[in-house]
Design a protein around this ligand. Structure first.
Ligand SMILES: [Fe+2]
Ligand SMILES: [Fe+2]
Length: 288
C-alpha cells in the first residue's frame, strides 16, 4: 500500500530500551545553524531516511534466512543487531532533514521494502541468505561506505560531517557481514549457485540507486555532485564489489566495473510540502 513516509516513536520501556543505542545522536553538534533552503540536501536526507529504513528490513529478512539456514549464531546475532543500527540511522537522517527545514514528501510502499527471493532461493534458505547478503551487504553497503565518505568530505558542515562519520563506521561492519557469510557458505555454494548469485549481483549493481545526488550539481550538506560522485562510484564498484565478488567465484559483467551511475531519479521524492516526514513520539499510555 502506498503511503506517506512517516516515523513514530512509542516511548516508555521501548524508548528506554533503545536509548543507549541512539544516545550518540543527541551528542552531535545540533546547535550549528543550517540553511533552510537547501532543497537538494532535504531530498538527500529524506531519501536516506527511507533507505536506512529499507536496510533495516533487509537485515531483518537476512536474519530470518540465516536462522533457517543454520548459520553460525554470532553471524545471526550480528545481522539482527544491524536492524537496530539501521533504525538509529533512520532517525538520524530524519532529524537532519528536519534540521534543514523539513523532509520532502515521500510516497512509499512498506510492503515492498525487500525484493522477494528468486524462485531458486525461495526453496533454499542458504541461497536466499546469500542473495540477500550479496544485494544488501556486498553491493549496497560496500558501495555506500565510500560514497558516504565522499559526502562527509564535501559536507561543509561539522554536524553533517560528524553524522556521516558515525554512519560510515556502522556501514563498514554491515558490508563485512556479506563477505563473511559468503565465505562461510562457500562449501555449500556450487558453480550453479555462484552463477546464480552473479546474476543477482549484476541486477543489483545495475539497479543501485544513488542517494546523494540531490540535483547532481551541488555538493555539501550530505549531497554529492556528479563530478565528485561518478569517479568515486566507479572506483568503489571495481575495488569494493566486483573484485571481491570475483575472488569468491561470483563474476559479474566486466563492463559494470566501469559503469556510470544512472541519471538522478528524484521522481519518487519531489520537493513538496515541508515537514511531511517527522519523528513523532507517542508516549505509551502506561509504563512511561
Ligand atoms: Fe545505515
Ligand atoms: Fe547499513
Amino acid at each position: 500500500m502506498i503511503r506517506g513516509f512517516e516515523l513514530t516513536l512509542l516511548g516508555g520501556p521501548w524508548g528506554r530500551r533503545l536509548a543507549p543505542r541512539r544516545a550518540w545522536i543527541d551528542d552531535l553538534p545540533w546547535q550549528e545553524p543550517l540553511p533552510q533552503d537547501a532543497t537538494g540536501a532535504r531530498v538527500v536526507w529524506t531519501r536516506t531516511a527511507f533507505s536506512e529504513y529499507a536496510s533495516a528490513a533487509a537485515f531483518a529478512e537476512l536474519t530470518g534466512a540465516l536462522l533457517a539456514a543454520g548459520a553460525p549464531i554470532d553471524l545471526v546475532a550480528a545481522a539482527g543487531d544491524f536492524v537496530v543500527d539501521e533504525i538509529v540511522h533512520t532517525e538520524l537522517a530524519a532529524r537532519l532533514a528536519a534540521a534543514l527545514g523539513g523532509a520532502v514528501a515521500l510516497e512509499v510502499d512498506l510492503g515492498r521494502l525487500v525484493r522477494p527471493p528468486t524462485p531458486a532461493a525461495a526453496a533454499d534458505p542458504l541461497l536466499w541468505a546469500a542473495e540477500l547478503a550479496v544485494r544488501t551487504s556486498c553491493i549496497g553497503e560496500s558501495l555506500t561506505v565510500p560514497m558516504l565518505r565522499v559526502a562527509r568530505d564535501v559536507s561543509g558542515s561539522p554536524l553533517i560531517g560528524a553524522a556521516l562519520t558515525a554512519i560510515v563506521a556502522d556501514e563498514a561492519a554491515h558490508a563485512q557481514l556479506g563477505w563473511w557469510l559468503l565465505d562461510w557458505a562457500a562449501p555449500r555454494l556450487d558453480e550453479a549457485a555462484r552463477d546464480h548469485l552473479a546474476g543477482v549481483a549484476t541486477a543489483a549493481i545495475a539497479g543501485f540507486a544513488p542517494l546523494l545526488d540531490g540535483d547532481c550539481h551541488t555538493s555539501g550538506l550530505g549531497a554529492v555532485a556528479c563530478d565528485h560522485y561518478d569517479p568515486a562510484f566507479r572506483a568503489a564498484l571495481a575495488h569494493a564489489v566486483v573484485r571481491p565478488l570475483a575472488d569468491r567465484g561470483i563474476v559479474v559483467s566486466a563492463s559494470l566495473a566501469t559503469a556510470r551511475r544512472g541519471p538522478a531519479s528524484a521522481a519518487d521524492a519531489e520537493p513538496a510540502e515541508r515537514h511531511t516526514m517527522r519523528v513523532r513520539e507517542e508516549r505509551a499510555a502506561a509504563g512511561t
